[in-house]
Design a protein around this ligand. Structure first.
Ligand SMILES: Nc1ncnc2c1ncn2[C@@H]1O[C@H](COP(=O)(O)OP(=O)(O)OP(=O)(O)O)[C@@H](O)[C@H]1O
Ligand SMILES: [Mg+2]
Length: 500
């Protein structure tokens, strides 16, 4: 029986159409999987059902009746509970308070009834007793828990709503095998009681272990629903990719470099926080892409190569010489450059002039403690021009620039003195299409001049269109190398989604 039905639901955030046409039919007593690439609109659809985002158009039917989910409270009253991908926990509160929020038991409707609160929370904590670890207790402050334990608390919070419809938006991303198994036992039990469950995961093995049906979303649109027992991981990937996309865009595909004998950077068995036994070599003039789902070790390894975090073991060689990088300063001195798309944290010096933002690396490399602004400006201008940066004057504050132009400043910073190796950590995050085109044209020019470039991008198209080779990361290691004609969206998804 159809419990919940969404038809033609859409949502735009400014110019971004997050969801174009979301359709979903959820039965009673089923686990319904939603799958789609990063940014395809899954969370947006879930938030619409849970009332935390209002749709621009479309219809939501509950038990056959059209409903307006006007907010999270309304959702709860309608019998909808949600696990939020980014978690909705109050860090400074106890586990028990978080599980029972927003319905803390009160005495006389006034004071929080601590005894009832504890008893209520302990029912849900007990469900995960064997796998949660000793620290997860009713009184523990949530901010003191590990990532997996926080995710378990968010699960308990969703379960505590006792809602007939439960939505789990990537609830297993930080859980270990035993925790996932226990969670699945609980889901099967809920299912047998007739509850309706939406489950999102990027892991194919989980989807096939727990799902009854799967709905695929591509670029904000529902493309279809199939029964899990009648499909295969391959068929699901085909639905995610779409027929016309199984090959890389031919006109945009870069020339294939012959394997360069002139190795610029060689990484052997590198292991550290978030990556494991990674080995690769990049030749001069080559653009090496790092692909896969977010957070599979790509950024972690780039940060390690740049000396921001120390690897635990393994070796890095620069032009055949063993390299000791213990800080970004030593990495810079040895010819490495690192551009992050995360402007807020790793990028701009906010509130300071453009000139100061564009020249710190030049100053550091040339040990310029006090340089004349006029001389620095002479150095900075060509780099800014190469990127087509739009700014009124070098003395203006960095904050006066658009996001994309701020990102160009961050990149130009590294180009004043050409590095040998350019590490790009999702460099186009938040910049518009024309800025992206300028940037990739420049990156290819730099490669042609002999720079070795390592590019991580969360956008598959950027890798497929610009990288000479792609290493697909999965669970912290390289699961596949794609070169030449193998660089297709299909192969990229298959390697990213197979069990790590
Ligand atoms: N609050 C927001 N403001 C602006 N854009 C947003 C916002 N939330 C989502 N988006 C954009 O909407 C699109 C869909 O995002 P959504 O979070 O629904 O994707 P998703 O399928 O859940 O992806 P993931 O697998 O990475 O969780 C993306 O392009 C995203 O950048
Ligand atoms: Mg999401």
């Amino acid at each position: 029986m159809t419990k919940l039905k969404l038809s033609g639901v859409s949502k735009a955030y400014g110019a971004t159409l997050a969801l174009r046409r979301g359709d979903l039919e959820l039965d009673s007593g089923e686990v319904h999987v939603l799958i789609g690439a990063n940014g395809s609109g899954k969370s947006t659809l879930c938030k619409i059902v849970a009332g935390s985002v209002r749709p621009d158009a479309g219809e939501v039917l509950l038990d056959g009746r059209a409903v307006t989910v006007s907010g999270p409270r309304a959702a709860q009253a309608l019998g909808i509970g949600i696990f939020y991908q980014e978690l909705s926990l109050a860090d400074h509160r106890s586990v028990a308070e978080n599980i029972c929020l927003p319905d803390l038991p009160r005495q006389n409707g006034l004071f929080i009834d601590r005894t009832a609160l504890r008893a209520e929370a302990e029912r849900y904590i007990a469900l995960f007793e064997t796998v949660a670890g000793a620290a997860l207790q009713a009184d523990t402050i949530v901010g003191d828990l590990r990532a997996d334990q926080r995710q378990l608390v968010e699960i308990m919070k969703a379960l505590a709503t006792e809602a007939p419809i439960l939505i789990f938006d990537e609830p297993t991303s930080a859980l270990d095998r035993a925790q996932v198994d226990r969670f699945f036992e609980i889901l099967r039990d809920l299912k047998s009681k007739g509850r309706s469950i939406v489950f999102i995961s990027h892991r194919m093995d989980e989807i096939f272990a727990i799902g009854d049906r799967v709905t695929v979303i591509r670029d904000g649109e529902t493309v279809g629903t199939t029964t899990i027992s009648e499909t295969s991981p391959d068929a699901v990937i085909h639905m995610m990719v779409g027929e016309q996309e199984t090959l890389a865009t031919p006109q945009a595909a870069p020339p294939i470099h012959a394997p360069s004998t002139d190795i610029a950077l060689k990484v052997e068995g590198l292991t550290g926080a978030g990556f494991h036994e990674v080995s690769f070599a990049v030749g001069r003039g080559e653009i090496l892409g790092l692909g896969g789902l977010h957070g599979q070790g790509q950024s972690a390894i780039l940060k390690a190569l740049f000396g921001a975090v120390a690897p635990r073991s393994g070796e890095v060689k620069l032009a055949g010489e063993r390299l000791r990088i213990d800080s970004p300063r030593s990495a810079i001195a040895q010819g490495l450059a690192y551009v992050s798309g995360d402007r807020g944290r790793d990028g701009v010096i906010s509130g300071r002039p453009i000139l100061e933002n564009v020249t710190p690396i030049h100053a550091l490399r040339n040990r310029l403690l006090l340089a004349r602004p006029g001389r620095l400006a002479e150095k900075a201008l060509p780099a800014l021009k190469a990127l087509n940066t739009k700014f009124a004057g070098l003395s203006h504050s960095i904050g006066s620039l658009s996001g994309g132009n701020q990102q160009k400043i961050v990149i130009a910073r590294w180009l004043i003195d050409k590095p040998d190796i350019l590490l790009l950590d999702d460099p186009t995050k938040g910049i518009d299409l024309s800025a992206k085109a300028d940037l990739f044209a420049l990156i290819r020019e730099l490669a042609a001049e002999g720079l070795a470039i390592v590019l991580y991008s969360s956008e598959d198209a950027e890798l497929l269109n610009n990288a000479d080779r792609i290493l697909v990361f999965n669970g912290g290691s390289v699961s596949r190398e794609l070169s030449g004609a193998e660089r297709t969206r299909y192969n990229l998804y298959q390697a990213a989604y197979e069990a790590a």
